[in-house]
Ligand binder design. Structure first.
Ligand SMILES: Cc1cc2nc3c(=O)[nH]c(=O)nc-3n(C[C@H](O)[C@H](O)[C@H](O)COP(=O)(O)OP(=O)(O)OC[C@H]3O[C@@H](n4cnc5c(N)ncnc54)[C@H](O)[C@@H]3O)c2cc1C
Ligand code: SF4
Length: 487
């Protein structure tokens, strides 16, 4: 695949970023896509390695060597066909996937991996520009009706697959706009929202109906969870009207930190900051939380924490500090031990590069403040002792903070939704359903299926797409007794 000697001749070329000073002035994307010529050279680095571990490392099993080869040979239209055969939304993953495929690339053993994600980005953006991405409505209708609850990547992928084989699909979304965390969690500077609107238009042309501002199962969400709903539909009504229901409602309950001072003003869950920011960028009203001139502390690493860092810097924060409970990981992984798996190593996001003090192995003990507002926090350093984390005596310290964001992950989906459908939960409170074998993705409730974060717990966009696609196949099989949809 690619050029047999390409990996010996060409170096990896990563996508360039606009300078920090420029990108901090706006909420727009700042990653500069490879030119066609650059992408072709990068595709040429894909060697004929025999067993493409990248294909297995990618959760949607993108057929990476084939499209690398096609890009190298300037056959872009064929490349997007191969890419779309496994991934409904490469414009999302080509921007925000952490690219486990690259960790699994054979070239990564003793050199730099093929820049798979940047080639994916180049293929799909060119395809849209050339007008090659068109609606693909079903040739015939089945007369079967499917409801999808939640419009994140899992719900969208399931809906698109099912509409394309002729089912009448309606997507219910409690918020004003579709996209789930793609729309309201992930900031525009990582992924602009016009990309979702464009796909939504394609899906509408394929027959998918979107009902936004409608909450299913329970007429209220829990405190701190985004809910713009003006309409409520009960689980019974949905089960009566539709032949199958897919729950793709995400995992929205955020992990809290119930230490003294938690109730102080200025201490927020990350999404209480990020959702209004995405709405503000879309022109849907101002963000009530401003980080301008403030000392911001983000508690928790990961994507959510990074997004709080990047957004705070764009607001003009006086300082941004990020605490991580775990110790600082090594700069470089030991590839002999980790390849082809996702290694634990120090990862510096583009938001970190824009300005952030990072502190590891730190636990927050208490928030303190004045007149009901947070002014700082007390923390302690941690060390691993006998396989357990322990506080280091005498290591307590204080940090100034006018704003604190909790980015410690999400514990489970909204219980009330699952309970309303009578769906059995797993030990973590997620919808219980398997992903392999007969009856996979089916929940304990009749004709109710589950896919994405609502089933697997908080995860990644690419995993949500995979589950949405695989779940659609199971639903089609359930409705028709046979299916042509891929797994
Ligand atoms: C801030 C942040 C940044 C992230 N960054 C990345 C990243 O860079 N890369 C990456 O791969 N992953 C990232 N993730 C994770 C990723 O966004 C999720 O794993 C993914 O969106 C899950 O998709 P989903 O379709 O299962 O659920 P979601 O995207 O959560 O969508 C679920 C939808 O269901 C709706 N819903 C819930 N209950 C109901 C109801 N009762 N009635 C109607 N609608 C309902 C919700 O409003 C929501 O729109 C990030 C997550 C966060 C929070
Ligand atoms: S979806 Fe993610 S893992 Fe798969 S090829 Fe694209 S960047 Fe790699």
């Amino acid at each position: 695949m690619g050029k047999p000697t390409g990996f010996l001749e060409y170096q990896r070329l990563s996508e360039a970023y606009e300078p920090v000073a420029e990108r901090l002035k706006k909420y727009k994307e700042f990653v500069l896509r490879l030119s066609d010529e650059q992408a072709a050279v990068q595709g040429a680095r894909c060697m004929d390695c025999g067993i493409p571990f990248c294909n297995n490392g990618c959760p949607v099993n993108n057929i990476i060597p084939d499209w690398n080869d096609l890009v190298y040979r300037n056959q872009w239209k064929e490349a997007i066909e191969v890419l779309h055969s496994t991934n409904n939304f490469p414009e999302f993953t080509g921007r925000i996937c952490p690219a486990p495929c690259e960790a699994a690339c054979t070239l990564n053993i003793n050199s730099d991996a093929v820049g798979i994600k940047s080639i994916e980005h180049a293929i799909i953006d060119k395809a849209w520009e050339e007008g090659w991405v068109q609606p693909r409505p079903a040739a015939a209708k089945t007369g079967k009706k499917v409801a999808v609850v939640g419009s994140g990547p899992a719900g969208l992928a399931a809906a698109q697959q099912l509409a394309r084989v002729g089912h009448d699909v309606t997507v219910f979304e409690k918020n004003t706009r579709i996209g789930g965390l793609l729309r309201y969690g992930i900031p525009d500077f990582k992924m602009e929202k016009g990309l979702i609107d464009r796909r939504m238009a394609q899906m509408e042309a394929e027959g998918v109906r979107f009902r936004t501002g409608v909450i299913v199962g329970s007429d209220t969400a829990a405190p701190g969870i985004a809910n713009d709903a003006k309409e409520f539909v009960s689980a019974e009504a949905l089960q009566k009207e539709f032949d199958a229901v897919i729950l793709a409602a995400g995992s929205e309950v955020p992990r809290d930190l119930p230490v003294p001072g938690r109730e102080l003003g200025g201490v927020h869950f990350a999404l209480e900051f990020l959702i209004p920011q995405n709405k503000a960028v879309a022109g849907d009203g101002p963000n009530p939380i401003s980080a301008e001139g403030k000392h911001v502390v983000v508690i928790g690493g990961g994507d959510t924490g990074s997004d709080c860092v990047g957004t705070s810097n764009r607001h003009g924060a006086a300082s941004v500090t990020q605490f991580e409970l775990m110790p600082m990981p090594p700069e470089q992984e030991n590839k002999a031990l980790t390849w082809p798996y996702w290694p634990i190593k120090m990862r510096t996001s583009s938001s970190h590069e824009e300005g952030c003090e990072r502190d590891f192995a730190v636990a927050t003990k208490e928030f303190f403040g004045k007149d009901g507002k947070v002014t700082g926090l007390k923390a302690v350093r941690l060390e691993w002792k006998d396989g357990r984390m322990a506080e280091i005596a005498g290591s307590e310290f204080e940090v100034k903070a006018d704003l604190v964001f909790f980015a410690m992950g999400f514990t489970n989906p909204l219980g009330k939704l699952l309970e309303s459908f009578g769906v059995e939960k797993d030990a973590r409170g997620n919808a219980k359903a398997t992903t392999d074998g007969a009856g996979c993705y089916a929940t304990s409730a009749p004709k109710v299926f589950a896919a994405g974060d609502v089933r697997r717990g908080q995860s990644l966009v690419v995993w949500a797409i995979r589950e949405g696609r695989q779940c659609a196949r199971e639903v089609d099989q359930f409705l028709m007794g046979e299916t042509v949809l891929p797994r």
